[in-house]
Design a protein around this ligand. Structure first.
Ligand code: ZN
Length: 299
């Protein structure tokens, strides 16, 4: 049995472990779990990101690619494949789309007309469970990461990702542990920068989707933290990093001073890339409070 209590992160102490992360859209892997995935991969674990949709219904930050959105050229999904590919290379993880690229479509927010599309992920039924079960049967992960029953922030595709993950794991059997990525409110709010960039707003107290308690966390070392920030930056149509960077997708630069890197999604609410990622216990082998994500799982 390996001792995972305080592993030096330069050591490939997780070689032989396999991890699968099930996410709804391109960018979720980086925003929700990028630090953990980079850390697990750096420690030698084989990590596979399963992305359930192309994120076709997303909004776009910056003027350059506004014409790609669903109501215009409807080319955003294909474009986001490139963003996701770069992000996963930075994190050091493999990536596949559930059922193949374009099999399931972004359902959009609650009540959106895009729910009516027969390919919308909310309509994926048994097919999506079977697609994921086949992947889990091949990968045989020691750990699966996804979201809690509320999808983390209520997006129907995130809720669906949660549902199919648990259903597929039960169908296949033998998945030792499922954890849910969450954000801890106290950590999130304490990490906000003192000055939001011009044009950005602060989330109202309690506005950010977060939980009051979690079961464990991953402390991001400098390498995992910068990998997460760079992976988020790769999703430039979706994420605006406030560290002065400008690029072709979003040729505008903003800067927020603070202890950690700040960013915004298309709603321009100021958020922080926190130094810790928090997880709640989902199913399987329980873990001690604060324990390593793979603690107690043997192979
Ligand atoms: Zn998402």
């Amino acid at each position: 049995m390996r001792d995972l209590r305080s592993p030096p992160l330069t050591q490939r102490d997780l070689a032989g472990y396999r991890v699968v992360a099930v996410h709804a859209h391109p960018d979720d892997e980086s925003i929700s779990t990028g630090g953990a995935l980079a850390s697990l991969a750096a420690r030698g674990a084989d990590v596979l990101v399963v992305t359930c949709t192309l994120g076709e219904e997303g909004e776009v930050i910056g003027e350059t690619y506004q014409g790609l959105v669903a109501d215009e050229a409807d080319q955003l999904g294909g474009f986001r494949i490139g963003e996701l590919e770069r992000a996963c290379r930075i994190l050091g993880v493999r990536q596949v789309f559930l059922g193949g690229p374009g099999r399931y479509r972004d359902s959009g927010m609650v009540g959106a007309p895009s729910h009516a599309n027969p390919r919308a992920f909310v309509n994926s039924g048994e097919a999506a469970v079977e697609d994921l079960a086949q992947l889990l049967a091949i990968e045989r992960p020691h750990l699966v990461l996804t979201y809690g029953p509320d999808g983390g922030y209520g997006h129907p595709d995130h809720i669906r990702a949660h549902e199919i993950t648990h259903a597929a794991a039960r169908r296949v059997g033998g998945v030792p542990r499922i954890l849910w990525a969450v954000r801890l409110r106290s950590d999130l709010e304490a990490s906000l920068p003192a000055d939001a960039p011009a044009g950005w707003s602060y989330p109202a107290p309690g506005e950010l989707d977060a939980v009051e308690a979690a079961d464990t966390f991953v402390e991001l070392d400098d390498r995992a933290y910068s990998a997460k920030v760079e992976a988020m930056r790769s999703h430039a149509t979706q994420v605006w990093i406030a560290d002065g960077y400008a690029g072709q997708t979003n040729p505008h630069s903003v800067r927020a001073a603070g202890p950690v890197t700040a960013y915004a999604l298309s709603n321009l609410k100021t958020q922080a890339v926190t130094r810790r990622e928090y997880y709640q216990f989902g199913e399987g082998v329980e873990l001690e409070p604060g324990a390593d994500l793979l603690s107690g799982i043997e192979w």
